[in-house]
Design a protein around this ligand. Sequence first.
Ligand SMILES: CCCCCC(=O)SCCNC(=O)CCNC(=O)[C@H](O)C(C)(C)COP(=O)(O)OP(=O)(O)OC[C@H]1O[C@@H](n2cnc3c(N)ncnc32)[C@H](O)[C@@H]1OP(=O)(O)O
Length: 404
Amino acid sequence: MFVSVRDKLREIVGASTNWSDHVKAMEERKLLQSFLAESQKELPPRRMRDSYIEVLLPLGSQPELREKYLTVQNTIRFGRILEDLDSLGVLICYMHTRVQEAKMSPLSIVTALVDKIDMCKTSLSPEQDIKFSGHVSWVGKTSMEVKMQMFQLHGNEFCPVLDATFVMVARDSENKGPAFINPLIPESPEEEELFRQGELNKGRRVAFSAKSLLKMAPSAEERTTIHEMFLNTLDPKTISFRSRVLPPNAVWMENSKLKSLEVCHPQERNIFNRIFGGFLMRKAYELGWATACNFGGSRPFIVAVDDIMFQKPVDVGSLLFLSSQVCFTQDNYIQVRVHSEVASLESKEHMTTNVFHFTFMSEEKVPLVFPRTYGESMLYLDGKRHFNSMSTPVNLRKDYLVEP
Ligand SMILES: CCCCCC(=O)SCCNC(=O)CCNC(=O)[C@H](O)C(C)(C)COP(=O)(O)OP(=O)(O)OC[C@H]1O[C@@H](n2cnc3c(N)ncnc32)[C@H](O)[C@@H]1OP(=O)(O)O
């Protein structure tokens, strides 16, 4: 149960339960600094099974739990699952990095990236037990890749529901600088393959980011796509680059936007008194879902979550501005991007903290989305790149029932 996962995390880092004690609790954590390793070599290697955890979410046997997870359609809120995966990922990393002689962990482990969440072909019922499992699958010097799976009981069997890959980073006791983590030793050919995959994932992330449209021009093929879309929006009645009209069954990208604001209260703080990554994901996901719903005109289902980077921590007390838009569509699929930025109450300066990418599938075929400006064209291409990186096959699957 996830209350127990979060209680365990509190115990591991000695977090305060009362907000009024949070400064004192952080002062106490400073004393743990002496348990930090000066190099990775000093730390004993760990095996994948050392960090392996299974957690049961007994929705079937404990109906009082269901309320928190329930959608109006009697399915499961995916936003809640994102929160649970985040907590579990952090706990897995604490298992990998346990220090026997210290009562509390000297490390502050934070979520750096949700690399991928792929949904498997199964519906989610709020009346059946759910099981999560996961372990560390790759480590660098201060970062760890965690693989998690979620299963739901069907008859007597737990069937796979989703696969998730997160990257967590270890920081010092005060969450101010990087901290070394234990090496990982693969023990079988399967584990060696997982580790190798982790290494490849790191390379893929670097390559994807190097090709970012924020850094370099689109490819020739992408430029052609954008130019053809531009030509498709020119009014044939006037010989002008300026009179733009939408083709049939299309929507201007700017008209797909939805925005929201959250006040970040202490209730949503994580064990390090910053805003909990899972809360940020839930809020972004729900706005993204509403955007897809508004755009497609029918209930959309989540198919994939990709590349959520936690660039900056969000302080308690900040204002969180979320802005969501459809940036690419194909057949029944809607690719949504949610941008989040914070501003403190004192300063008006905004800072980007995350960009979220969600792929939804609608019951009906959805309109095309057209960029009007160059900036929007880049969003379109970025959305297309994220859509194409999805591993789920592009075909309509009616048995999905995963909603907000
Ligand atoms: C219930 C408890 C829940 C607690 C969990 C949360 O809620 S956490 C709350 C949500 N998350 C956050 O607030 C985190 C916000 N982001 C940050 O603070 C920072 O961006 C960061 C610490 C993640 C990374 O900072 P820097 O990039 O300056 O750090 P640094 O350069 O030292 O890199 C540290 C390690 O992280 C890796 N790294 C950094 N960013 C990465 C990314 N996007 N994808 C993969 N790996 C990444 C680097 O390769 C390096 O690994 P190697 O050293 O192995 O080469």
